[in-house]
Each structure stands twice: as C-alpha cells, then as structure tokens.
Ligand binder design. Structure first.
Ligand code: KG4
Ligand code: ZN
Length: 341
C-alpha cells in the first residue's frame, strides 16, 4: 500500500504554519513562520497585521513544507486546516488556501479544532493510545481542562473565568518591561530571581470547582512592581533584581495553580493519564513540576516537545482520525472564530 500524506495548514493567530504528516503520524516537515517581530512593539497580536502577514506567507510556507517532505502536490492524500477558534481574518487565510488546494487537487478537506490539535500533539509522540485522560490546554487564549475520551472527543470540564495563563505571562512581561512574547522572556528572567520573594495569590487553588483566574494575579504583580494608586507607601524602584524576583514569583504562582488543578481533575475523574499542550506547556518549570507531581501520584504524563506545544500545523494530524470517521468538509466550510464549547 502506498504511503498517504496529509498537508496541514494552521493560521489561527500569529503563526503561519504548514506540515506534512504520514498516516502513521510521522512528521515529514513542520514549518512555522512566526510573526513575533511584527507584533512585538505592540505588546500583543494586532489582528489586521496578522492576517496581512498570513496572506504574504501562506504560499511560501506551504511550498517549504512540501519541499522539506520531498513531495509534490499531486502526492497528497488530504488537506487539513484549523478553522476554530482564533482570529477571524487569520483563520480565513488558512481556510482559503486549504479549500483552493482541496478543490484543485480534488482531495478531501478536513476541518480541525486548534485546541483539540494542542491535545492531540501529545498523542502524536506516543505509541499507545493515551485517552481517556485529563487534558490541560494552556495557551495565549485558553486555560482549559478537558476530559479526553478514547473517541477523540474532548469535554470541557474547567476553564479560566478571565485571563488565560499565557495572556497573564504576556501582560506581566509588559508590566515588567520584558519583551513579547512574555512566556519565554519571563522564564529567562525568572532564573535569576527568588520565587518566594512575593507571596502572590493562588486564586481558586483550594476551590472545589475546576476553574482558574489569573487577572487578580496580574494586578497583584502590577501593584508590587509599580505601586497601588490608592496606597500611601509606594514600592522601591524597579531594579533588575526586583524584576527577576517578580518574574520568578509570578511564574511560581501560575505553575502552582496549574499543577494543583490538574491534580484535582485527575482525582475527580480517576484518570491515570494527564496530557498537557499549548504554548505555556513549553515552560520548563511547569514541565518539571508536572513531572514531579505525576511521578509521585503514579500518573502517566504525556507532553509534546516544546516545539509541538506552541502553535504549529503538525498537531492538525488529528485530521487523520476525522477522515477515518468520514468527517470530510464541503467547500462551503467556514471559520468559527469564537469558542463554541
Ligand atoms: O499555543 P500558543 O503558541 O498560541 C495560542 O494558541 O495562544 O501559545 C502562546 C502563548 C503566549 O502567551 C506565550 O507567552 C506562551 O504561550 N508561552 C510561554 C512559553 N512559551 C510560550 N509561556 C510560558 N513559558 C514559556 N516558555
Ligand atoms: Zn495555540
């Protein structure tokens, strides 16, 4: 039987990405063109700039992915594209490219949910099925806990009521004058700091409900760094040492909460597997603490390597499963920018 090849396209936020994945989940190429340099000076993603950059980059990125995989277009079996959730203008660029290729090549088009892709990235690294499991997606837009079923259905069992964890990293970096994106820059700065210097609030850590809140933490860092407008006493100047302590204390707090909530969900659902995806899952401290916690509890931890945690197209290989189920999209497929679940 000849090998089958999936071309996957991802453009939901500020990464233009394409990948080629075989039926047995071998990643032949995984190209990510990051727009960080374009959004850096704004401290966050500017949607109009993002969609324009996707438009310029999508074809070269697809070409690159095919070239690295040593394939031509006519060898492809199917096209997958992330259609939800994300920025509408960004999603539309990937979708239009995917539709055009599917139509011209006359091969199946498969729609993929970006969040499900983040969880599926964990399965891609494993030989045995990892579901049922508790899944955590921690990214710039989401902090969600899922009950992952062996049928590749994902039931939302917990979420943030305000900011996402990655969003908190980005906003705190801005407060501390550290470069965007905040995750990597806070992680680097935190190495030199004392994680116990500031006892920031671990919101909902002891709450019986599976929910998160990071907006109070962000405000606590703001007041500790730059002062509370209502207070008489203002904090000392923001030296490099204080910045490092604030970054380390903030990171420690987020990691404590994320690990604690995963543990709570695992106990509540009596699952013995935890999978974690999304950009924040690239964080070294989070990876270490999750490893410690799951080792102690006898839980199997499934985490994709850092480059498959941050946005990429390879994770859209969940499309092979959709294809097996006959879930082929028609050419009037549309994007779903907001979260429907
Ligand atoms: O999954 P992702 O690449 O895009 C979204 O779907 O949002 O996640 C991006 C988020 C950003 O907020 C970024 O600051 C965060 O992931 N991030 C990190 C690290 N690398 C990226 N957060 C903490 N530590 C990191 N090493
Ligand atoms: Zn993502």
């Amino acid at each position: 039987q000849p090998e089958e090849y999936l071309l996957a396209i991802e453009s939901s936020c500020d990464e233009t990405a394409a990948a080629v994945i075989t039926r047995d989940m071998k990643i032949l190429s995984n190209i990510v063109s990051s727009q960080t340099d374009l959004h850096e000076k704004f401290g966050g993603v500017v949607p109009e700039i993002a969609s324009r950059a996707h438009l310029e980059r999508i074809l070269p990125v697809i070409d690159d992915a095919l070239q690295k995989a040593n394939l031509s277009l006519d060898q492809l079996t199917a096209i997958a594209v992330a259609t939800e959730p994300g920025l509408v203008g960004s999603l539309l660029i990937g979708l239009t490219a995917a539709k055009t290729l599917a139509m011209v090549l006359d091969i199946p088009l498969v729609a993929v949910n970006h969040i499900e892709g983040h969880l599926f990235a964990c399965q891609m690294q494993e030989t045995n099925p990892i579901f049922p499991a508790i899944g955590l997606v921690v990214s710039g837009g989401h902090t969600n806990l899922y009950h992952c079923l062996p049928t590749f259905e994902f039931e939302l069992i917990g979420a943030t009521i305000d900011d996402a964890a990655g969003e908190a990293f980005d906003k705190v970096a801005k407060i501390l004058g550290l470069p965007y994106p905040g995750g990597p820059s806070i992680e680097q700065t935190a190495v030199k700091g004392n994680p116990q210097a500031f006892p920031f609030p671990r919101t909902f850590l002891k709450d019986p409900e599976l929910r998160f809140s990071f907006s109070g933490l962000k405000t606590a860092v703001l007041y500790a760094a730059l002062g509370n407008p209502g207070a008489k006493k203002q904090p000392p100047p923001l030296t490099a040492e204080r910045i490092a302590d604030l970054a380390a204390s903030f990171q420690e707090t987020v990691v404590d909460v994320l690990v604690g909530k995963c543990q709570q969900a695992l106990m509540q659902f009596r699952h013995s597997t935890l999978c974690v995806g999304g950009g924040v899952a690239a964080n070294t401290l989070l990876r270490e603490r999750l490893t410690e916690m799951t080792n102690k509890a006898g839980i199997h931890l499934s985490m994709a390597p850092p480059d498959l945690c941050t946005d990429n197209a390879a994770m859209a290989a969940i499309a092979w499963h959709h294809l097996d189920q006959g879930r082929i999209a028609s050419l009037d497929l549309d994007v779903t920018p907001g979260l429907v679940r």
